[in-house]
Design a protein around this ligand. Structure first.
Ligand code: UDX
Length: 460
């Protein structure tokens, strides 16, 4: 029997994108894959054409294993608390995983999302090697790893009037990381009964117990942070940006919502570099007030824009509330879709910048496309990611904690007009480094080969 990997992502768009890409690479390398996915996501993925395509293409080397997510049957699953999903999945998934690891078709290795800490004990009990794949940014993972220390030395909790003070106890980020750049749950009194805090602290404890940690980044991008993480997890595989590996071809889309391709035709008719792309990813929800401030700011800047308004992403918005002048401006130089083919949008020459919530996948996709970013982070890793965009890589602005039409207008002008060349130059340099890392002889290509060899020969 050949090598067989069981891949278990979080049932969310970003992690699914990464893990499906990794699964496809494994299949091409003659490694059989069982891909655990919730029944809901399985239905969403195959709302369209290629339901059986994966297994047909790979001669049954690939199969989905749909499992319940534990949420009530009548749950909408469009807007939910992340911890609600994690708690319900954490209740139903462990016995299923255990059963799969002791079955006759048990895998030679498990690759689980870093937040699925229950996999540690199950892998140990069944003797199956475990790799964690943490699909958020290394800078956020490193910050999480430092949280116990920050709490111990009294850096946390901090006072909210102290947001700009630098933190000394995140090694490697001295002088860069401020209180306001810590994950959002660090603000105010840390609530240890908060399921999100519990999940993160468990993750930090469990990660070093695995045989290795896979990260969606490349050496050049995160070198100082990677050397810190290696002190706790010596065996890390930096194989990203995964979506930029070109040897895969078969996944048309791993989107859980239907993409509206009409925005590409709209972009085709816009001048080069003139459009600001706006999206807050698959989970974030903005208030109506913030929506209007951002829309006013962009309209006042005079920029063209393509806005992804995912259903439910603006709480309580009734289109009728949109003032006439904003509707007119949107008609004249804007385009709104409910879900876009984001990688194609970012690669389009008409797109000159990206106003993003700084989710890690969106950040990497923008880096690869060479597009400057305006970051408006919400939670988890996004606060750290946006700081890196502005302060470490210098490919955009961090608009964290302010949502004011005057600020938005000013920043959009800077990115799209006034300092366009400067930001574009650095973004293109970073993009070239990203593409080189996954190309022949690149660091991520080599790390991916090492991962594949380790799995094939189980040198873990
Ligand atoms: C979540 C967290 O919010 C984020 O902080 C963390 O880094 C990963 O998990 P999400 O909010 O969905 O992810 O953001 P992100 O990581 O950016 O992933 C969104 C994915 O959806 C991207 O791969 C993007 O290409 C895709 N997308 C987004 C589309 O395909 N179409 C769209 O219209 C918008």
């Amino acid at each position: 029997m050949g090598p067989h990997v069981l891949i278990f992502p979080l049932p969310l768009q970003g992690p699914i994108n990464c893990m499906l890409k990794l699964a496809e690479i494994m299949c091409i390398q003659q490694i059989k894959v069982t891909f655990i996915i919730t029944q809901h996501i399985h239905r969403c993925l195959f709302h369209s054409s290629d339901a059986q395509a994966y297994s047909t293409k790979y001669d049954d080397a690939f199969r989905f294993k749909p499992i319940p997510d534990g949420l009530p049957q009548d749950h909408s699953r469009t807007v939910f608390e992340f911890s609600e999903l994690m708690l319900s999945l954490g209740a139903v998934a462990p016995p299923i995983l255990h059963q799969m690891l002791i079955s006759t078709d048990s895998p030679t290795c498990v690759i689980a999302d870093g937040l699925l800490s229950f996999a540690t004990d199950i892998a140990a009990q069944t003797g199956v090697p475990l790799l964690y794949f943490d699909t958020i940014s290394p800078s956020a993972i490193w910050t999480y790893m430092c949280l116990p220390k920050l709490i111990q030395v009294g850096d946390l909790p901090f006072k909210d009037d102290n947001l700009d003070e630098c933190i000394r106890n995140v090694p490697g980020l001295e002088g860069i990381m401020r209180h306001r750049d810590l994950p959002s749950f660090c603000r105010g009194a840390i609530d240890f009964t908060d399921p999100q805090v519990d999940l993160v602290l468990k993750q930090v404890h469990h990660m070093p117990l695995s045989q290795g940690l896979i990260l969606n980044t490349f050496q050049h991008l995160d070198a100082p942070i990677l050397s810190q993480i290696r002190k706790l997890c010596p065996n890390i595989y930096t194989i990203g940006p995964l979506h930029a590996h070109r040897q895969t071809s078969y996944i048309n889309s791993s989107s859980i919502w239907e993409e509206d391709w009409s925005c590409i035709s709209w972009l085709d008719n816009q001048p080069s570099g003139s459009v600001l792309y706006v999206s807050i990813g698959s989970l974030c929800v903005m208030t109506k007030e913030d929506f209007f401030e951002i829309l006013h700011g962009i309209v006042n800047s005079g920029s063209r824009f393509l806005w992804v308004r995912r259903p439910g992403s603006v709480a309580g918005l009734d289109p009728i509330d949109i003032p006439l002048e904003l509707s007119r401006a949107t008609e004249e130089r804007g385009c709104t879709v409910s879900w876009a083919p984001q990688q194609e949008v970012l690669a389009h020459p008409a797109v000159g910048g990206f106003l993003t919530h700084s989710g890690w996948n969106s950040t990497l996709e923008s880096v690869v496309a060479g597009k400057p970013m305006i970051c408006w982070p919400h939670y988890v890793d996004q606060q750290v990611n946006s700081r890196f965009v502005e302060e470490m890589w210098k490919v955009g602005f961090d608009m964290k904690d302010s949502c004011d039409r005057v600020v938005v207008e000013k920043i959009v002008r800077e990115i799209m007009e006034l300092r366009k060349d400067e930001f574009l130059k650095r973004s293109i340099e970073l993009s070239e480094a990203a593409v080189a890392s996954v190309g022949e002889g690149g660091s991520s290509a080599a790390e991916l080969n090492r991962l594949i060899d380790d799995i094939k020969y189980m040198k873990l």
